[in-house]
Ligand binder design. Structure first.
Ligand SMILES: C[S@@+](CC[C@H](N)C(=O)[O-])C[C@H]1O[C@@H](n2cnc3c(N)ncnc32)[C@H](O)[C@@H]1O
Length: 186
């Protein structure tokens, strides 16, 4: 098992679980700039749980979801290891295990976004991103926002009636990775 020190966090990575990378750290930077105190946050595609833990330590109450049982177990361990008691980890497919509509102030995700089939940790199954966006809109409270990572190689589907703004970006040789804030129009 790997052990990373990321700022004040100590993050363990089980073999086979997505290891935090540039896309993770870009979204982490955006989260760290925000005030999350008292917010209800849903992190989809949590992997080792680093973003969920960071949000929880900023005062949010967090539900973290991953479809992969090993990732969910890894996120649970990292929440405990960092004293983030306000993280609930669920093993499930996107929002399928979230029973209450309109219950989150913020939904965030660094989903698998690359346009190819294969390893689900970083390859998007067709329609995954569209499904994620639609499901996120259902669980969002009025006034809530979504923060998602996208690649210029595979931009997020645009939902009618929602506003998209780029709140973080990093340029690589072949692509730009961005954090997009999506605000549904009321
Ligand atoms: C790119 S990794 C991101 C992990 C972590 N959030 C990070 O930024 O380092 C994507 C994660 O999405 C999970 N995933 C893939 N399909 C999913 C689905 N349908 N529902 C929930 N999680 C899913 C994978 O198991 C993987 O852990």
């Amino acid at each position: 098992m790997k052990r990373l020190k990321v700022g004040d966090l100590v993050i363990y990575i089980f073999p086979g679980v997505y290891e935090p990378a540039e896309d993770t750290y870009l979204l982490l930077e955006v989260i760290n700039r925000r005030s999350l105190d008292g917010l209800r946050v849903l992190e989809l595609c949590t992997g080792c749980g680093i973003l969920a833990v960071a949000a929880a330590l900023k005062g949010a109450s967090v539900v973290a979801v991953d479809v992969d049982p090993l990732s969910a177990a890894n996120a649970f361990l990292n929440a405990r290891a960092n004293g983030a008691d306000n993280v609930e980890v669920i093993c499930g497919d996107l929002c399928s295990a979230i029973s209450q509509a309109a219950s989150f102030d913020l939904v965030l995700a660094n989903p698998p976004y690359l346009p190819s089939e294969g390893n689900r940790r970083w390859s998007a199954k067709p329609r995954l991103l569209g499904r994620l966006l639609k499901e996120a809109m259902v669980v969002l409270k009025d006034g809530g926002v979504v923060l998602l990572v996208e690649s210029s190689l595979h931009p997020l589907p645009r939902i009618k009636g929602a506003e998209y703004s780029v709140v973080g970006r990093r340029r690589f040789l072949y692509e730009e990775v961005r954090v997009v804030e999506i605000t549904p129009h009321l």
